[in-house]
Design a protein around this ligand. Structure first.
Ligand code: RFL
Ligand code: PHB
Length: 391
């Protein structure tokens, strides 16, 4: 098989890229190792930056998001029993975010691709990217028990953190920056209306907690737990008790409980692979970088990468200039590092390290106090949370 752009992975990065290229009249083939049901149900991100929602709309994938997504104009910070609301539009000149699950973004993009896009092969596992530095890079893959080769002009590795595309970059040319954290998130999905109408990020001496949602009827909640925690070791009752403790306030707010339908533990990691390009192989999304979920940036970064690539390739076809393709890695990394910085700052401000000293505890409270008393500090948080410009 032969195509212009070979895309490995049908997560949000690969699916949106296929859509953007289709809109620009550029052919692509998407190879996805899992089946469609798996991709559509994998529980992950929930928050779309305003720029991400705008990109989805412009790509024709915004119709259900605009009907069912929830516009959020702020978040609440909780610490020491206090509640503090961060007002996004007021601090950023009108920006907000949209609560719309990654599962739904993927379903919408897959439906569009099936209707009018190029081939999207489920159960097609990429084995290796070959010839990245030549004119004809290719992807060797296995589909329905047979090995085949997809010949391309460009390959984009959108295959997530555990993918194979990154392996095609020689170790001598790559720089990897990584930090793992001694804690993870226990995430639950519960059939109960969210106990607050905006997201609540709580710092507590017992650890971090987050109240989020999927819809007016479904809550998504997280607890900081030790990194090696087995989700099955937490009973539903223990989860609710711990959430209630960490989210507790000085006023009469209370946490509504309901049936828990899913429970899993996510490790926390910061990771950047530089550069994000090797010859005609481009890395996008989690294949190139990971952030801890605290800042809700992962999906949004993936969108920024593929918008940058699609724009660069379109520019190349319209003008003959490879200038934007050559700048791809540097352009993406600038934004990636801002998201890394923000996610790290928010993570270390809100989570309790197992070896935290009283000095570090007090510093966390001082950082939170600063956000609640300085408009500049609060605006800095609001700007980063609602999104950095693409490009
Ligand atoms: P994905 O979504 O991992 O998709 C990669 C796809 O590639 C496939 N694949 C292969 N296909 C073919 N051949 C191979 N050899 C392959 N190897 C892998 C995989 O099956 C998969 O379908 O990467 P992508 O597209 O870069 O998207 C990144 C996002 O999924 C990720 O950054 C976010 O989910 C992170 N994240 C959040 N991001 C946000 O922007 N806002 C949030 O609120 C947010 N919350 C979260 C999150 C991630 C979480 N977890 C579970 C890590 C909350 C959590 C708990
Ligand atoms: C989510 O709803 O899954 C979610 C929301 C905000 C985050 C991380 C995850 O920072």
């Amino acid at each position: 098989m032969r195509t212009t752009v070979g895309i490995i992975g049908a997560g949000p990065a690969g699916l949106l890229l296929a859509r953007l290229l289709h809109g620009a009249g550029i052919g692509s083939v998407v190879l996805e190792s899992r089946d469609r049901a798996y991709v559509e149900q994998r529980q992950r991100a929930g928050i779309l930056e305003q720029g991400t929602a705008d990109v989805l709309r412009a790509a024709g994938a915004g119709e259900r998001m605009d009907r069912q997504g929830l516009r959020h104009d702020g978040i609440e910070l909780r610490f020491a029993g206090r509640r503090h609301r961060v007002d996004f539009p007021g601090l950023t000149g009108g920006r907000s975010v949209t609560v719309y699950a990654q599962t739904e973004v993927c379903k919408d993009l897959i439906a569009l691709q099936a209707e009018e896009g190029g081939p999207l092969l489920f159960g097609a596992e990429a084995l290796a990217v070959e010839g990245a530095t030549g004119d004809r890079p290719s992807v060797r893959y296995r589909h329905e028990g047979r090995e085949s080769v997809l010949e391309c002009d460009y390959v984009v590795g959108c295959d997530g953190f555990r993918g194979v595309a990154r392996e095609a970059v020689p170790a001598a040319l790559a720089r990897v920056h990584e930090r793992t954290y001694p804690f993870g998130w226990l995430g639950v999905l519960a059939d109960v209306p969210p106990s607050h109408d905006e997201l609540v990020y709580a710092r507590h001496d017992r650890g971090f907690a987050l109240l989020s949602m999927r819809s007016p009827a479904v809550s998504r909640l997280y607890l900081q737990v030790p990194a090696d925690t087995d989700a099955r070791s937490w009973t539903d009752e223990a989860v609710w008790d711990e959430l209630a403790r960490r989210l507790e306030t000085d006023d009469d707010w209370s946490l509504a409980r309901g049936p828990i339908t899913r429970k899993s533990v996510t490790p926390m990691r910061s990771y950047v692979h530089e550069p994000m390009r090797h010859g005609r192989l481009f890395l996008a999304g989690d294949a190139a970088h990971i952030v801890p979920p605290t800042g809700a940036k992962g999906l949004n970064l993936a969108v920024g990468d593929v918008v940058t690539f699609a724009r660069a390739l379109t520019h190349r076809r319209e003008t003959g200039s490879a200038e934007l393709l050559d700048a791809y890695s540097a352009t993406c990394l600038r934004r990636v590092w801002q998201a890394e910085r923000f996610s790290y700052d928010l993570t270390t401000m809100l989570h309790r390290a197992p070896d935290a000293t009283p000095f570090e505890d007090r510093l966390q409270l001082a950082r939170l106090d600063r956000i609640t008393t300085s408009r500049a500090a609060e605006a800095d948080l609001a700007e980063a949370y609602t999104g950095f410009p693409v490009g």
